[in-house]
Design a protein around this ligand. Structure first.
Ligand code: SF4
Ligand code: FE
Length: 412
């Protein structure tokens, strides 16, 4: 449990230093999920997945390798399951079993950190039934294995970085978001010792559930780090603009801090309420993890709204770094984008660009859809919310005695 709490603190600290998604956590969460499920598969089926997994994990840790947790399949026609697709490659699946390993085909989309990783930990994207046995595959693949292709995502403002407009990129040292990529597997051979699930469909739901919970629990850590930076950026900008002491400004900054700390407390709660799985590895509280991520889909947007509100319209009309440094017009940019006398105009422009980078485009999309879209959390919240128990509590307090409900009434 202590490890889980420390992880949240680390995520917040890394968010503060990078102002973006720093990507290692997806592999981290995949490792935790696969470890605990491999233990349970072995116990039930007398397989040796955990031993294989531990060997690979030791290698990863000794070499300090980065792992991309690869779960999201393209899914093709969403009204059909993996085994019913017109194109069977819409979900990653085994196309050949050999004595020394398996051959897989398919793709994983939106792979955070894909291009920055050394290893890909492939996991199924959904709970599978018996018909989809070939889709129940967990395995580890080096990014340079023959047949692996990565297609890097286009991100907001990346051409500004390409053109070396350092100020205009907002965060000169770090990218917009997590280096997302499509990872395609065109008949990739995976040796047996790197296969950690092969056909055990009954464990796929558990694996997805645990991975999703671990990953959703992160967001009140990493995104709170980003919110800290954004709040600081707005705080400094209001000082530059001479509005820092206005009561409505202080109130809005208070609200930004409040929302950030609310998300953080949610992540800490997921960890503190964690429980051991049969393997001994701890799992976060799954209900609180879904609540945490659901709140991120709202509060990060509200924090961004307040930041843009306080920053002002100049975010949308700022001249470029070229104009700032241009010998003919640079003096005009400096003169008319200045604030209080003692702070250079360049600070205001830099902070404006930072706020622009952290409130637009890809960053907020990740808060909405990373670790699963909001509806995925709502499904879990209702499923785990134990409504029947809550009804019993209400009835007991209202003095309604327990009674047998006729079948027809229950259906209604
Ligand atoms: Fe880690 Fe996901 Fe947060 Fe990125 S968005 S820093 S991968 S938890
Ligand atoms: Fe992501």
């Amino acid at each position: 449990m202590d490890d889980l709490v420390k992880k949240v603190k680390l995520l917040r600290a890394l968010g503060q230093k990078t102002g973006t998604c720093f990507q290692r956590c997806v592999g981290w969460d995949g490792i935790n999920a696969v470890y605990s499920v491999a233990y349970e598969m072995d116990r039930k089926n007398k397989t040796d997945y955990l031993e294989r997994f531990q060997k690979w994990l030791t290698y990863i840790q000794e070499e300090n390798l980065m792992v991309v947790g690869a779960m999201t399949d393209p899914k093709g026609d969403r009204s059909r399951g993996p085994a019913e697709q017109a194109d069977p490659d819409q979900y990653v699946h085994i196309v050949e079993r050999r004595p020394d390993g398996v051959v897989i085909r398919g793709a994983k989309l939106h792979m955070t950190g894909g291009v920055n990783s050394h290893e890909i930990l492939v996991m199924p994207t959904t709970a599978l039934d018996e018909k989809a046995k070939d889709y129940a595959v967990v395995c580890a693949i080096p990014v340079n294995a023959p047949g692996v292709t990565m297609i890097f995502g286009r991100q907001t403002g990346d051409d500004r970085r390409d053109r070396k407009e350092r100020i205009d990129s907002g965060k000169p040292s770090f990218g917009a978001v997590g280096g997302e990529a499509v990872i395609a597997f065109e008949d990739v051979f995976v040796p047996k010792e790197r296969v950690f699930m092969d056909g055990e469909t009954e464990f796929t739901g558990l694996l997805v559930y645990r991975f999703a919970a671990h990953h959703r629990a992160n967001y009140g850590g990493c995104k709170t780090g980003l919110i800290d930076v954004l709040t600081g950026a707005v705080g400094y900008l209001t000082q530059i603009q001479g509005t820092g002491k206005a009561s409505h400004v202080r109130d809005k900054i208070t609200e930004m801090i409040h929302l950030g700390e609310t998300l953080y407390s949610s992540s800490i709660a997921c960890a503190a309420e964690g429980t051991p799985t049969p393997s001994g590895a701890f799992l976060v509280d799954t209900m609180l993890a879904n609540v945490c991520k659901q709140n991120v889909t709202r509060y990060h947007f509200e924090v961004a709204r307040l930041a843009v509100d306080l920053a002002g319209g100049f975010l949308a009309t700022l001249p470029s770094e070229y104009d700032l440094k241009n010998e003919n017009i640079g003096h005009l940019v400096k003169k008319y984008f200045s604030g209080v006398a003692e702070i250079p105009a360049e600070d205001r422009i830099k902070i404006g660009r930072l706020i622009e980078a952290m409130t637009g485009g890809t960053a907020l999309v990740e808060s909405m859809h990373g670790a699963g879209s909001p509806q995925a959390q709502r499904v879990m919240i209702l499923r785990e919310g134990n409504l029947d128990k809550k009804i019993q509590l209400a009835k007991a307090l209202a003095g309604i005695p327990p009674r047998r409900v006729k079948k027809a009434e229950a259906r209604a």
